[in-house]
Write a protein that binds this ligand. Structure first.
Ligand code: FES
Length: 160
């Protein structure tokens, strides 16, 4: 169970703190759960519906847990023309999830993002904070293929 007292420390229960609070909860928990929206609403003394509508308005907030390894694939122009769509296909194939999903074993999550500012390294992904550059389908298989084997044929079992 999250320690909201600690998460909310330093905030003063003011409505203008809603976005920073959502950001803090996401930093600590990895995502915004319905329970955390309720906690924030209580702390700020505003309706839950207000927290929900603000949180869902901004693309920066996630509403499902992310994997231990969170992969962001750049879908910016430079990456796109250097085969990013094919890289995405290969990632989805190796990881057994689609973009926007988290694997059942919580090992991986995958999303596509706008330019990450490393265009000369296109096509690239970021795994947690580490950039993997100049990717090919082959290098994706090399990076993640071993894990696919561990998961078994259907791609949904837990890593062993
Ligand atoms: S377009 Fe991919 S890093 Fe800029």
């Amino acid at each position: 169970m999250e320690d909201y007292k600690s998460i909310f420390s330093g905030f003063r229960s003011r409505e203008e703190e809603l976005i920073p609070l959502l950001q803090k909860v996401q930093d600590v928990n990895g995502y915004i759960s319905p329970a955390s929206m309720k906690e924030i609403a209580g702390f700020l003394r505003i309706p839950e519906s207000r927290v929900f509508s603000v949180a869902t308005f901004y693309a920066q907030f996630r509403f499902a847990p992310i994997g231990k390894k969170h992969i962001m694939l750049c879908r910016g122009t430079a990456c796109h023309v250097k085969n990013a769509p094919r890289i995405l296909e290969e990632l989805e194939n190796q990881l057994g999830i689609k973009s926007g999903e988290t694997r059942e074993d919580l090992e991986y999550s995958l999303e596509t993002v706008a330019c990450i500012g490393a265009c000369s390294l296109a096509p690239c992904i970021v795994v947690n904070d580490e950039v993997k550059a100049n990717l090919t389908t082959r290098s994706v298989r090399k990076l993640f293929g071993q894990d696919k084997k561990k998961r078994g044929a259907n791609g949904h079992g837990p890593a062993v």
